[in-house]
Design a protein around this ligand. Structure first.
Ligand code: ADP
Ligand code: MG
Length: 249
């Protein structure tokens, strides 16, 4: 298996507070790494460093053999795309869906002008939205649909790695499952390499090939999914698993 991303000794301080403490983590090509941990454990900070939104104080991020710094080339920006918990934070309310999807396609020269419309339609199709969505604006959609639009936009530039930070946590329970199913479908169809963050072990179980556990800024375990859920290596992972309510027998 090819390692697409290697995190080495990554450390982030916010003032005097250590949010990430010498994190080591590997992401294999065409797999999904589920990152779990309680609120405040540093999951989003790790996602933001990998995406180049904040600089680490120590450590390295390797994309293949290339080191990624916070300042990135256009090509490096394209290669890692992020989906946030709240799609509203990433979708400009004044832009139509056509504008939202076209802009990255043109900026990164994914397609020429004559093919933009067709590519936008394909992207909508991929996230199971109708083509007439192109002329609408974000407020005309539900939260789940807006997250689908954010997913389409992230996929538009054909990233090597998709980071999804609690992408279903802000959605109504009734639509969480359908968005999770979309991720699973896309994963298989597009052979995605994903870092999928959630505090919900049910979600992690549904999407991950490998599970990594964070606690208070430290990575305590990285294991294959089945092994993690049957026989985790770390005592803290047992605690997390035993805190999940069980179905009555
Ligand atoms: P998670 O996503 O696992 O909930 P975060 O990465 O958001 O965790 O936060 C990790 C810790 O860092 C938390 O204690 C949080 O309060 C703190 N933190 C996050 N962002 C900042 C910031 N910009 N400034 C100071 N502290 C922060
Ligand atoms: Mg978070």
């Amino acid at each position: 298996m090819e390692l697409v991303l290697q995190i080495k000794d990554l450390t982030v301080h916010y003032g005097g507070f250590t949010a990430l403490d010498h994190i080591n983590l590997n992401l294999e090509q065409h797999t999904t790494l589920g990152l779990v941990g309680e609120s405040g454990s540093g999951k989003s900070t790790l996602a933001r460093v990998i995406a180049g939104l904040i600089a680490p104080n120590e450590g390295q991020i390797l994309l293949g053999t290339q080191e990624l710094k916070k300042k990135r080339s256009r090509e490096q920006h394209k290669t890692i795309q992020m989906i946030f918990q709240n799609p509203d934070a990433s979708l400009n309310p004044k832009h139509s869906i056509r504008q939202i999807l076209s802009e990255p396609l043109l900026f990164h020269k994914i397609v020429g002008r004559t093919d933009v419309e067709q590519r936008c339609k394909e992207l909508l199709n991929q996230v199971h939205l109708e083509q007439k969505a192109l002329d609408k604006f974000p407020h005309e959609f539900s939260g789940g649909q807006r997250q689908r639009i954010a997913i389409a936009r992230a996929l538009s530039v054909e990233p090597n790695i998709l980071i999804a930070d609690e992408p279903t946590s802000a959605l109504d329970v009734s639509v969480q499952l359908s968005v999770l199913e979309l991720f699973n479908t896309l994963k298989a169809e597009l052979n995605l390499t994903m870092l999928f963050i959630s505090h919900d072990l049910g979600v992690i179980n549904a999407i991950s090939d490998t599970v990594a556990v964070m606690r208070q800024g430290k990575l305590v375990e990285q294991s294959p999914r089945d092994q993690f859920f049957i026989r985790p290596k770390h005592e803290y992972s047992y605690e997390l698993l035993s805190a999940v309510p069980k179905m009555p027998k």
